[in-house]
Design a protein around this ligand. Sequence first.
Ligand code: FES
Length: 246
Amino acid sequence: MRVKINGQEIEAAAGETILEAARRHDIPIPTLCYHAAFGGQGHCRLCLVEVAAQGDKRLVASCTYPITAEIEVSTSTPLIERLRGDIIRLLYRQAPGSELMQDLAREYGCLDEFITEDDREQERCILCRLCVNACTALGASAISAVLRGVDKKIATPYDEASEACLGCGACAHICPTGAIPLQDEGGNRTIWKRDFELLPCEVCGRPFITPEQRDYLIARQDDLDTGLLCDACRRTRVARQMEPFR
Ligand code: FES
């Protein structure tokens, strides 16, 4: 299916989103709540673009808009840039402590509006829910969005240390704004008000996995059969095993 993005003709698969098609052709569209592992969520609206089809023009979130017909897309117009600036202003006021939001606010000229230095120490969460998706995908479901309105936040049940948490840190790693504190120190990890022991990699000795996550992976029969290896050592071992086939 042929689609025009910013005047450039590209090929897109039917059902593929505008964002996916654009990224395959290195056409940049800014995003915050999109992650390739979970697809589009449509929460932040930063990825909005203008779609023209059958004489009609409308603004859509490119991460959730499936391509089902020949369309023309603009990723940047004066209107889009003004709306993106408004979205960034709102998200920045919600999460002024996030360096990413500070950078975006600087780029869109609203860094110092309404914000004090104290505010910058504070909130970093934009409620994009990528952390909740990651936790759910791993099967732990230890965190969720709680409360309503301006009090809404991501938390463990009753804001207490959760037995369901594996201490894997996927939520902290996927968070685009650095909103989830994770501290690894001296073979221990602290996250979501809970302390975990970290077990060492069998090869390099670096503490990297909690017993809870290890047991969970074993129960799921994930590939721990090659040993308890950190990502770097696992990659090295696989590369060595592949050498005879080169
Ligand atoms: Fe599309 Fe957030 S990236 S709505």
